[in-house]
Design a protein around this ligand. Structure first.
Ligand SMILES: Nc1ncnc2c1ncn2[C@@H]1O[C@H](COP(=O)(O)OP(=O)(O)OP(=O)(O)O)[C@@H](O)[C@H]1O
Ligand SMILES: [Mg+2]
Length: 306
């Protein structure tokens, strides 16, 4: 349904998006997983016609974005990374404002707002000013605004940033309900738990490039070990990490006093011996099954999050 081919975008000579291609089938939730500055918003902004492309083709079914921006906009709903609502207006009036921008006839708009508010669980609060809403409620209204014109595709840019876990769950439920109704969704995030829960297929993106894509199972096959070992120390210096790396010849990454080592339980005794030789006092050991964060680490040598 969605075809993105060889998409690129530079900002003053720096490639923010570098030759990105992916295909999404109707009814999928497709995740774009990557750290800050990976290029997620730039991709979505090009897909939503906000930013012109430098190179590449974006198509929904047979409709190509270039030259058809107006028609294209009708197919796509956008939930931007920044919440864009009028705080001094009620949720209902905000939605009327957005609906008018889309030129939706007023009777149809009224019905549509009612249906959507009911679905996102905010019908009883529709007359309250947005400034009285929690962060999670504002996010839900932001999602509602993107749905008024009944798009076929929903682009969501980190829709759970800065909200509490309970509201986050509420938003997940909304997304799952929308997807059940047949909406195709692109979801960007730097939280692996979110793509694990929501997405059928995932593209892992770093420095403007897609470094891997597929189902979670397919992505897991891309790395050598299906487990990693996490060690916590009382103290851990960079120098000690380097020495341990030389002794063990395994890939590892340090986060303060914790070290994640790409290895399986078979290497555990060898790891403990090496730590003892370096006088490193182990406080805790955990065996972790492979997950998207360790896959990201394995593919890039970096952490997904700071
Ligand atoms: N308007 C701009 N002018 C110059 N550089 C920009 C601009 N917008 C983005 N960039 C750069 O392009 C790269 C990709 O940014 P983008 O916002 O797409 O990343 P992102 O994956 O959405 O990150 P985040 O998770 O922080 O939202 C970054 O290096 C960023 O600094
Ligand atoms: Mg972004």
């Amino acid at each position: 349904m969605i075809h993105v081919t060889n998409l690129s975008k530079s900002y003053s000579g720096v490639k923010a998006v570098n030759n990105v291609s992916f295909e999404i089938a109707k009814g999928e939730i497709f995740g774009l997983l990557g750290p800050n500055g990976a290029g997620k918003s730039t991709i979505l902004n090009m897909m939503s016609t906000v930013l012109p492309t430098d190179e590449g083709i974006i198509k929904v079914d047979d409709l190509q974005l270039n030259g058809n921006a107006k028609k294209f906009k009708q197919l796509i709903g956008v939930v931007p990374q920044e919440i864009s609502l009028y705080e001094e207006l009620s949720a209902y009036d905000n939605l009327v404002f957005w609906g008018n921008l889309y030129g939706i006839p007023s009777k149809e708009l009224k019905e549509r707002i009612h249906t959507i508010l009911e679905m996102i669980g905010l019908l009883d609060r529709k007359k309250d000013l947005v400034k009285t809403y929690s962060g999670g409620m504002k996010r839900r209204i932001n999602i509602a605004a993107a749905l008024l014109h009944n798009p076929k595709v929903l682009l969501m840019d980190e829709p759970t940033v800065g909200i509490d876990p309970q509201s986050r769950n509420h938003i997940f439920e909304v997304i799952e309900a929308l997807n059940k109704q047949g909406l195709t969704i692109i979801y960007t995030t730097h939280y692996m738990e979110e793509v694990e829960r929501l997405c059928n297929r995932i593209a892992i993106i770093d420095s403007g490039k897609i470094i891997a894509q597929g189902t979670q199972e397919e992505l897991k096959q891309l790395v050598p070990t299906q487990e990693s070992i996490q060690l916590e120390f009382a103290l851990l210096s960079e120098n000690q990490v380097t020495q341990l790396g030389e002794k063990l010849n395994l890939r590892m990454i340090q986060r303060e006093n914790t070290l994640t080592i790409e290895s399986s339980v078979k290497e555990l005794s060898q790891i403990i011996i090496a730590c003892n030789e370096l006088n490193l006092a182990i406080k805790d050991i955990q065996l972790q099954k492979i997950n998207l964060e360790t896959i990201f680490l394995s593919l890039t040598g970096k952490q997904l999050r700071d």
